[in-house]
Design a protein around this ligand. Structure first.
Ligand code: 5GP
Length: 192
């Protein structure tokens, strides 16, 4: 999406450790017009896939997930992050290795809101090594729901997570794919 690429070039900041900071428009302060355009594009790409639920992970996936779900006219369900698993039985659980915080945490989603009758679109703000998506895909598999694919705002293509999932036959659509980032110069290039 050209609009998103232009915004990354204008306002994105490259930090040490392969982190692209976009908190002025995507995951702290939110440009609702830009996210609305992303929601429209995601809905266009997955029109006809019969999506009944958008699934994301708290906290920063929620905004983009909401806009996608609004356009797809279905609910948004967000997996919660938890350090201690004290509710068993009523929830699907999986483990995720955090790229930004370098720790492992559990994610949970209630069995009340996802089952074998659902067709799920997974949405997130970033895709790096793919660990967050793998955890969410695991939850979809446990529920018996059908996975339509994944829609991501910003994929860092050179970290390989997206291509790993694509080679497994999972449809992954990213609104922008970063091909390279340079912490020294602050430059960002995109995959074409
Ligand atoms: P993965 O699990 O694919 O390695 O990383 C994806 C998760 O890590 C996303 O949910 C996102 O919150 C976070 N993340 C990964 N890379 C970046 C980045 O460059 N910038 C920001 N702000 N978050 C990132």
């Amino acid at each position: 999406m050209q609009l998103l690429e232009e915004r990354i070039l204008k306002d994105g900041k490259v930090f040490a450790g392969n982190v692209l900071k976009v908190d002025s428009f995507l995951n702290h302060q939110i440009d609702v017009g830009l996210l609305d355009a992303m929601g429209a594009e995601i809905s266009r790409l997955f029109a006809g896939a019969g999506i009944t639920k958008v699934l994301t992970i708290e906290a920063s996936g929620i905004a983009v997930g909401c806009f996608a779900a609004r356009r797809l006219e279905c609910p948004l369900l967000f997996a919660k992050k938890t350090k201690t698993l004290n509710i068993k039985g009523e929830v699907y659980t999986s483990k995720v290795e955090s790229f930004t915080h370098q720790c492992t945490y559990d994610i949970i989603a209630s069995k009340d809101f996802l089952n074998e009758n659902d067709t799920v679109l997974i949405v997130d703000d970033f895709l790096a090594k793919g660990n967050a998506l793998i955890g969410l895909i695991d939850i979809v598999r446990q529920s018996g729901a059908k996975l339509a694919g994944c829609a991501i705002a910003i994929e860092k293509g050179y970290q390989g997570g997206g291509d790993k999932l694509r080679t497994q036959g999972i449809r992954v659509e990213s609104m922008a794919i970063v091909e390279s980032m340079d912490e020294q110069t602050g430059s960002v290039t995109f995959r074409r």
